[in-house]
Each structure stands twice: as structure tokens, then as C-alpha cells.
Design a protein around this ligand. Structure first.
Ligand SMILES: [Zn+2]
Ligand SMILES: [Zn+2]
Length: 231
């Protein structure tokens, strides 16, 4: 088989693993026929890909549905991690237009090594969710919280008194909380300065001072300025 076919096959295999991972995340399952419909590469080709992945020990067929094996789950997790970090990078740091994010993130996931992925993760402050609120599987870097690359984006809760930053994004599963923060002026692009970290977080945001709970401060990610503001 020519090399190109092998390459595109491995890309398609990655996509299949991704679909199975997302289904599992949602507590759902999918059949071969269902997968062929989702992926649009035809039943015959989908069957070939699945045969390959079964032979490679990545997927199992059980009761008419497809299930990730432990090895398949581990590989899917790394692909998903890469994809969702790429989404964060493209959306929050590079300000890439929404309609271009998906196709670009898709390309990232097949080319980035685990090491590069961890560097991006570190640079972004080890974010826990993608812009759609889905979990980014943590990597080695998150567990070790590496300090070699200083994070330019960090959760507000990790800042010290006097530090200033611009809100990069807010990563909260609670929609009400998001809109409440937005109504207080805490939205991407807003500059804030930390006034106090204990017993509660107090930040100044424009003309106003706001007190925030730790759990809220954990969810606000700031692009930290290198110059510390004086108290
Ligand atoms: Zn996403
Ligand atoms: Zn990380």
C-alpha cells in the first residue's frame, strides 16, 4: 500500500478512536453502521478501519457495538487531549476565528508529539476544559505541574497580591456563574489586579473591587503581565 494511504488510514483511525472516546464520555455506544454514518467514509472503508483497529488491539466488538480497549482508550485520550488543547490555543491565545478552529485543531491532533502537547498545556496553565466545556484529559505535565516553561496563562487563584493580568478565558461548567461574572465585567480582555488573596480573593476590575470565592478564582484564567502592579 502506498505511504499516503497508510497515512490517511492512521488519520482516520485516530478519528474513529476520537468518536468512540466522546461516546463513552457521554455514556453512549455506537455500532459500526452508526460510525460509518458519523464519519462519512463509507461502510466498507469503516469496516476496514475497524478490522485494523481490532487487530491492533485498540477496539473490541461486543453485542453489535464498538468499544475501546484499554490501549485504545489510552491512545484516544492523548488525541483528545491534543485536540482540546489546540482548541484552547487557537481560540484564546491566537484568536483564530471560530469557523477555522475545528479544522485547524483537527490537523494539530495528528502531528503534535506528547512532549509538544505538554509544553502547550504548560504554556496555557494546564487548562481543564476545552472552550466547549469538555474535559481535557490531564497529561504528565499537569500532574507534575512543570515549572520549566513559565505559564503565561494561570488561574486567578495562583496569582499573588499585586499581580495584574488580562482575563484570557473563564472555564466554568456553570452557565449561571459565567453570565454573573460577565455582568460584573469579568470577561475575556478585561484587565484585573489582585488586591488580596486571603481570606478571600479581592480583585480590582476597572473602577470596582470584587470579592471572589476560591472556587470562582480557580475558574478564571489570566494572561499574566510580567510587570507587577504596586499595591
Ligand atoms: Zn471543544
Ligand atoms: Zn498540563
Amino acid at each position: 500500500m502506498p505511504e499516503n494511504d497508510n497515512q490517511s488510514k492512521s488519520v482516520l483511525l485516530d478519528e474513529v478512536l476520537e468518536v468512540l472516546y466522546t461516546k463513552r464520555e457521554d455514556g453512549k455506544v455506537i455500532s459500526l453502521e452508526g460510525l460509518a454514518r458519523v464519519e462519512h467514509f463509507g461502510l466498507k472503508f469503516t469496516r476496514e478501519i475497524i478490522e485494523d483497529s481490532v487487530n491492533a488491539g485498540l477496539v473490541e466488538k461486543a453485542d453489535g457495538v464498538l468499544i475501546l480497549t484499554e490501549a485504545g482508550f489510552a491512545r484516544a485520550k492523548q488525541i483528545i487531549r491534543c485536540y482540546r488543547l489546540a482548541e484552547r490555543l487557537l481560540t484564546d491565545i491566537l484568536n483564530v476565528q471560530d469557523n477555522l478552529v475545528e479544522s485547524s485543531a483537527c490537523r494539530f491532533e495528528h502531528v503534535l508529539s506528547e512532549e509538544v502537547t505538554d509544553s502547550i498545556c504548560t504554556l496555557l496553565g494546564h487548562p481543564r476544559t476545552c472552550p466547549h466545556g469538555r474535559e481535557i484529559p490531564p497529561g504528565e505535565c499537569c500532574r507534575r505541574a512543570m515549572t520549566e516553561v513559565k505559564a503565561i496563562v494561570r488561574p486567578l487563584s495562583q496569582l499573588i497580591s499585586g499581580e495584574t493580568g488580562t482575563v484570557a478565558y473563564i472555564s466554568s461548567p456553570f452557565h449561571e456563574r459565567l453570565s454573573r461574572l460577565e455582568s460584573l465585567g469579568l470577561s475575556p480582555g478585561q484587565e484585573i489586579t489582585v488586591r488580596q488573596v486571603r481570606p478571600s480573593f479581592i480583585v480590582s476590575c476597572g473602577e470596582t473591587e470584587l470579592a471572589l470565592e476560591k472556587s470562582v478564582a480557580d475558574e478564571i484564567y489570566l494572561r499574566v503581565s510580567t510587570n507587577h502592579a504596586k499595591n
